[in-house]
Design a protein around this ligand. Structure first.
Ligand code: TTP
Ligand code: MG
Length: 347
């Protein structure tokens, strides 16, 4: 569990950009948002937040709270340009960037040999020096904790959460601090008598699953400081796969092979469309009793054609006994690389 995940979230982003553009607004309550009668606040500078102004509040209400504030219309195109420059800073340290909005992103720096904390500090400093904006930064070993960390000492925050500190930090917190817990789930949890994250962590896992389904399982893990979500580049899949559930369960191997060939060709087509190749092939079977089995093979070179995918998948299938009928078969190619980089990666 290494500290490889960084979460960056800009402070009062739209308002901070406006304060940068207009030095006379610095230190002043700046409120950015719709100026019509029914307008709402997009964001407010920290000076304005002292008056009780916040995002999504009615603009009319904000004006009551702070009549002398500086009220501005948002300039989305400009914020987008600034956002690009922020992302360019991230890109100096990793390709694995997952933006969540214009002012927020996860970074996975595990492929960078430099120490993650040093990288995080440098990102924060470079955003300040080069762009004259303040970022709050969290560093941890997963997404949930990195995001929590960046929020903890806002504004101008910098917080590291190590595996050893996680429990002490999160257990006293309200369940609403768990990732993915909105007002509805918060209410559900509290009705079950679970108020703090510690309560969820210490609850019986099967009880949580019974009450909340899959989400119960996820929340139990999160409450223990575990989050399996990976940082993923949008539009850049980690794997491409297809599967079919048969109309009637199949016992005959040759029939499975027929399906496998078709699936392999489908997967190949999708790889080619995305202009990627992969070197890991995974075969998945589900038996009639819903038992799932999966087998993988990684080879030395990258492939994207149906025959090769099929050949590898079939070799995996050969090694599997068929004591029961099969309900579903699937094939997935992972360990993907952009076709353009394939040659580079080989050497
Ligand atoms: P946030 O990161 O939620 O807020 P913020 O950056 O203004 O303040 P901080 O992170 O320091 O708490 O959102 C980023 C930008 O997104 C924000 O500057 C304006 C915009 N936004 C809206 O337009 N409407 C909203 O309801 C929210 C929450 C944000
Ligand atoms: Mg922000």
């Amino acid at each position: 569990m290494e500290l490889n995940i960084i979460h960056v979230d800009m402070d009062a982003f739209y308002a901070a950009v406006e304060q940068r553009e207009h030095p006379e607004y610095r230190g002043q309550p700046v409120i950015v948002g719709g100026q019509s009668k029914r307008g709402v606040v997009s964001t407010a500078s920290y000076e304005a937040r002292e008056y009780g102004i916040h995002s999504a509040q009615a603009m009319a209400k904000a004006k009551q709270l702070c009549p002398d504030g500086i009220y501005l219309r948002p300039r989305h195109d400009y914020y987008k340009q600034v956002s690009k420059k922020i992302r360019a800073v991230f890109a100096r340290y990793t390709d694995l960037i997952e933006p969540l909005s214009l002012d927020e992103a996860y970074l996975d720096v595990s492929t960078n040999a430099e120490n993650s904390i040093k990288i995080a500090k440098r990102i924060k400093r470079q955003i300040k020096v080069e762009l004259d904006l303040v970022a709050s930064v969290g560093v941890s070993y997963n997404k949930f904790l990195a995001k929590l960390a960046s929020d903890l000492n806002k504004p101008d925050g910098f917080k590291i959460v190590s595996p050893f500190q996680a429990q002490e930090l999160i257990w006293p917190m309200d369940v609403s601090e768990l990732w993915g817990v909105g007002p509805k789930t918060e209410e559900e949890l509290k009705e079950l008598g679970l108020e703090r994250i510690a309560d969820v962590a210490q609850a019986d896992r099967l009880f949580l699953i019974r009450e909340l389904g899959k989400k119960g399982y996820r929340l139990h893990k999160l409450a223990q400081g575990q989050d399996p979500r990976e940082v993923s580049i949008p539009g850049d899949p980690k794997s491409i796969g297809n599967e079919t559930t048969f109309k009637q369960d199949i016992a005959k191997r040759s029939l499975l092979q027929e399906h496998l060939l078709q699936l392999s060709q489908k997967v190949a087509q999708r790889l080619q469309n995305k202009e990627v190749k992969g070197k890991t092939v995974t075969l998945k079977l589900k038996y009639e009793d819903f038992e799932v089995l999966s087998r993988s093979n990684t080879i030395q070179h990258y492939i994207d054609n149906g025959e090769e995918i099929y050949e590898l998948a079939d070799r995996l299938l050969e090694k599997i006994d068929l004591p029961k009928k099969v309900r579903l078969i699937g094939v997935t190619v992972s360990n993907l690389v952009d076709k353009k980089f394939e040659q580079l990666k080989l050497f």
